[in-house]
Design a protein around this ligand. Structure first.
Ligand SMILES: [Zn+2]
Length: 183
């Protein structure tokens, strides 16, 4: 009897916790990851971003480079543009940008120009990262703005969604090649 009561209590505590998830970095990165998933569903490299201010999402984006034929249609750029439009301000002070992959030089430039306060990213990008990998534009005293950076939040999930995507792409290419050969 005691055990049942205990379990019931535990269940109701759990359901309360599920309804009101703790809105920490990992929570917001989960939102960015969901957007990365939407990119993957459209055949785009899965990268997602959300811009958060005062506990609310004010900008969302996922990579649309292929669909929009736009080399600048990165997740971060789309989220920043949406937020600036919503706030009718180019200065996005007091905001945190969550992005699944370390930003490239273009996006770091936009982050600095927008005066974004904090950047949280999931996995490092050794090929193009500009927040520590190839460059560290977030903390360069020659700029008039510095960005606080946190890396590795849900890092494994953020890199897994990318490696799964590229593995599937390679598999499809291989399959197409063998279909072409047999025709
Ligand atoms: Zn970028």
């Amino acid at each position: 009897m005691e055990q049942i009561l205990f379990r019931r209590t535990a269940t109701s505590w759990y359901s309360v916790a599920m309804e009101m998830p703790l809105r920490d970095d990992s929570y917001w990165m989960g939102k960015a990851l969901a957007l990365a998933g939407r990119a993957a569903a459209l055949g785009e490299v899965p990268i997602g971003a959300v811009l958060v201010k005062d506990g609310k999402i004010i900008g969302r984006g996922f990579n649309r480079r292929e669909g929009q034929n736009d080399p600048s249609a990165h997740a971060e750029m789309i989220a920043i543009r949406q937020a600036a439009k919503r706030l009718t301000a180019w200065r996005l002070t007091g905001t945190t940008l969550y992005v699944t992959l370390e930003p490239c030089p273009m996006c770091m430039g936009a982050i600095i120009l927008a005066r974004i306060e904090r950047l949280v990213f999931g996995s490092f990008d050794p090929k193009a990262g500009a927040a520590g990998s190839l460059y560290n534009l977030a903390d360069d005293p020659r700029f008039n703005h510095r960005v606080e950076v946190e890396s590795g939040v849900k890092g494994q999930e953020c890199s897994a969604i990318l490696s799964d995507f590229f593995r599937e792409l390679r598999r499809q290419k291989k399959e197409n090649r063998s279909t072409a050969r047999s025709n």
